[in-house]
Design a protein around this ligand. Structure first.
Ligand code: DC
Length: 224
């Protein structure tokens, strides 16, 4: 089975590079962050209760999370409601990061992801893929760029969407989320010794993609 692990911080280019790699290799892409984002959307629908072990336990008992590919695009359903169009707001980003630190949300994500990787040649992008979900992945990539560069990329995306926010606010949120995702107790984001580290600070998206593709193709060749 071909399983490619891609980890990295927000704004590292992980999502767009993963998409392009999946297209180039004609394999599926699993966006694991979207599972936490779907859970966060359902949490908001419930009235955004205080985040506590007890509230998360009650909530997780009541929900069923599922992913489905429709026209080759990953959708996330919670209790049969399709949240796909609501996943990408700043509020959902922060909440997904907070909820992802709890064992019950991670168990739910792992069940979905493990089933998927068993059944598909795929690229899996997230935070703990090389370290926890796929320790024996065919190849592991870790994408990075300076916080300032990543914040600028994110801010430009938000500007395009017409969202009112300053670069300073985006940088502050990003640093908070980086810290939380890499310092939590369970499956924190970390660079594995057997990961290829790609710093895209001074690269265009196309250059970063080319570098990743070359590494992946080399490994696929070695496996054959
Ligand atoms: O990749 P993303 O921005 O869509 O992820 C949203 C949040 O979900 C991220 O801040 C941390 C969490 N996450 C995680 O804990 N483990 C993963 N494999 C993927 C995402």
């Amino acid at each position: 089975m071909l399983n490619i692990a891609i980890d990295g911080y927000m704004g590292s280019g992980k999502t767009s590079i993963s998409k392009k790699l999946a297209e180039a290799l004609h394999i599926k892409l699993l966006d694991t962050g979207a599972i936490f984002r779907g859970i966060a959307c359902a949490w908001l629908d419930l009235g955004n209760p205080e985040i506590s072990e007890e509230n998360i336990h009650t909530f997780m008992q009541k929900i069923h999370v599922a992913i489905k590919f429709i026209d080759n695009h990953q959708h996330v359903f919670v209790n049969h409601k399709d949240y796909t169009s609501q996943l990408r707001t700043e509020q959902v980003s922060q909440l997904a990061s907070k909820l992802s630190a709890f064992s019950e949300t991670r168990t739910q994500y792992e069940q979905i992801a493990r089933k998927f990787v068993k059944e598909n040649d795929c690229i899996v992008e997230g935070r703990d893929i090389g370290s926890s979900l796929l320790p024996n992945a065919t190849v592991k990539l870790f994408l990075d760029a300076t916080p300032e560069t990543r914040a600028k990329r994110r801010w430009l995306q938000l500007q395009e969407k017409g969202e009112q926010t300053t670069l300073e606010e985006v940088l502050k949120d990003l640093q908070e989320r980086d810290y939380r995702d890499s310092h939590r107790e369970i499956a924190p984001l970390k660079i594995m010794p057997d990961s290829y580290y790609i710093d895209s600070t001074n690269l265009t998206e196309e250059q970063a993609f080319s570098a990743c593709l070359q590494i992946v193709l080399q490994h696929i060749k070695q496996e054959q």
